[in-house]
Design a protein around this ligand. Structure first.
Ligand code: PEP
Ligand code: MG
Length: 544
């Protein structure tokens, strides 16, 4: 039995088989090889294995989301047979007497750089594909096999760290828990864990070499610990606790269909945060009043090229239709910082959180923005949509956005494409936006407070930096004062203000938020009924 403590990201308890995801960024060693023919044979075998894996992926994606989305796996299969690519690998093995892993990694790197430097956008995008197939070959060569996370058995995922793009690929139904050595409580992977009701621990000081796939693990988010190979007694006790938790969740079910109303009659909207179309199931299951934040950038992650207007339109339309007349607030893409996507070619920055991200990309590269806006305006016809813009710092930005929306509107009009310009709001997640919130309130339809970033920028604390977790305090009086300022500014101009950052789900502050006049709380679906219970037990007519 091995026991480790970490930081709990979601309070829940789970038990099951471990799936260890080895760090895929490890350095590939250059080893001198005598039998070069044998290495070439290994490359061929790894290639055959890769083609089979890709075929399986292709079949699965065709079944789930159609041929257009699966085409990329066909391209990968073809690239694996590319003569230039294979010849470069073989040559390197033969002339430099190096191991297959090293030859594939270096060749993959060289080809990827070559594609990235081309002018043609299509060829540029192939850089990520070559990287992908080379990594797949290296994984096969080193016996790690396919880390196709969409095909796994129900497991507790154990890893060094997980990126948002890795997490989105996983079949959420099959994840029992997350345990990682690194990661910060405010990272998007942590947010995803909360969203999916998955017990998760980060910052666990374990040695991954000692932990094997197939071991049993208990992830205890209440006591912030993980136990590998637990005793029979612990297993039995855990089973009991899992059952008790299930019963508590069932009790909350009785609140479905009830209003979010305090004992003295004040109501508040409680909406859900989501990251993908498939999350809408959680929204309905937990009886959310609407969707307060659809992080649309997740449509851009975990793929090799931009989602087309049509793909986006279909995704937004599906969410709107499924939510019927309920409000759906879609945030325009918030790429950058920790959400990196190769094909955006954003380049390396010293301070990515203070860098080229979110609305800044949209205003500088309006073609990307316009594609998303076209999809949104077209989808707006099918339900109760609101658009929300992230990382705003000035009224000037809002005016620029409106000018682009106007252009998109005109284009759709001229093309005779049905559309609607929905309600448009902004996220307040920079101190600058707080300071000019009155001027902003005049311009927009609503505010949604992104407390994750607002805390990061106000306290000057990188939300991704795990060493600073103890300093990252969203209860800081500066943040609470800012929330009051934002709500007052919105109300002065007859607009509404909500909170969609993680703080919105903080049960300790629900009463404070209601007293401040916050109109909406948008939280992980798993928190909806818990918050409803708290709201219904509050009496704001009593003194604080
Ligand atoms: C926030 O910053 O609070 C927010 C909701 O946006 P994200 O966490 O996606 O940056
Ligand atoms: Mg944010």
């Amino acid at each position: 039995m091995m026991e480790f403590c970490g930081k709990s990201v979601y309070k829940g308890i789970a038990m099951g088989n471990v799936l260890v995801l080895k760090n895929r960024d490890h350095q590939i060693k250059r080893i001198r090889i005598e039998n070069t023919q044998e290495e070439i044979k290994r490359v061929e075998q790894a290639g055959e294995q890769a083609k089979e894996q890709l075929q399986k992926l292709y079949d699965k994606v065709v079944k789930e989301v159609g041929e257009a989305n699966a085409a990329i796996f066909e391209v990968h299969q073809m690239m694996l047979e590319d003569d230039d690519y294979l010849e470069a690998i073989h040559n390197m093995i033969l002339t430099e007497n190096v191991n297959a892993e090293y030859a594939v990694a270096v060749t993959g790197d060289n080809f990827s750089k070559m594609f990235a430097s081309m002018d043609d956008e299509y060829m540029k995008a192939r850089a990520a594909d070559v990287k992908d197939i080379s990594e797949r070959l290296v994984r096969n060569l080193s016996g790690q096999g396919d880390t196709d996370l969409s095909e796994m058995d129900p497991s507790v995922i154990v890893a060094d760290d997980l990126s948002p793009s890795e997490t989105v690929q996983m079949d959420k139904e099959k994840i029992l828990g997350f345990v990682t050595v690194h990661g910060s409580t405010n990272s998007h992977t942590a947010i995803l864990a909360r969203m999916m009701n998955i017990p998760a621990l980060i910052g666990v000081p374990m040695n991954l070499e000692q932990i094997q796939t197939g071991m049993t693990a208990v992830v205890d988010g209440f006591q912030s610990k993980v136990i590998f190979e637990p005793t029979e007694e612990i297993c039995a006790e855990t089973e009991k606790r899992i059952q008790e938790e299930r019963e508590k969740v069932q009790l909350l079910q009785s609140l479905k269909g009830q209003e979010n109303i305090t004992l003295d009659g004040k109501t508040v909207n409680i909406y859900a945060n989501i990251g993908s179309v498939s999350d809408v199931g959680y929204v309905l299951e937990n009886d959310a009043g609407g969707i307060g934040l659809f992080r649309s950038e997740f449509l851009y992650l975990g793929r090799n090229d931009f989602p087309t207007e049509e793909e986006q339109f279909q995704a937004y339309k599906q969410v709107l239709q499924t939510m019927a007349s309920k409000k759906v607030i879609i945030r325009t893409l918030d790429i950058g910082a920790d959400k990196q996507v190769d094909y955006f070619n954003l380049g390396k920055e010293d301070n990515p959180a203070l860098g080229y991200r979110a609305i800044r990309i949209c205003l500088k590269q309006p073609d990307i923005f316009k594609t998303q806006l076209r999809a949104l305006l077209r989808a707006a016809v099918f339900g109760n949509l609101s658009i929300m813009y992230p990382m705003i710092i000035s009224t000037d930005e809002v005016k620029q956005i409106y000018a682009i929306v106007e252009e998109v509107k005109k284009e759709l009009e001229e093309q005779g494409v049905p559309y609607k310009v929905p309600e448009q709001g902004i996220m307040i997640e920079t101190p600058a936006a707080v300071m000019v919130s009155e001027e902003l309130a005049e311009l927009v339809d609503f505010f949604s407070i992104g407390t994750n970033d607002l805390t990061q920028y106000t306290l000057a604390i990188d939300r991704q930096n795990e060493r600073l977790d103890d300093f990252y305090n969203p209860h800081h009086p500066a943040i609470l004062k800012m929330i009051q300022i934002i709500v007052d500014s919105a109300h002065k101009y007859g607009k509404w203000a909500g909170i969609c950052g993680e703080l919105g789900a903080d049960a300790e502050l629900t009463e404070t938020f209601l007293r401040m006049g916050v109109d909406e709380l948008s939280v992980a679906p798993s928190m909806i009924l818990k918050l409803r219970k708290i709201v219904r037990e509050l009496d704001l007519s009593l003194n604080e």
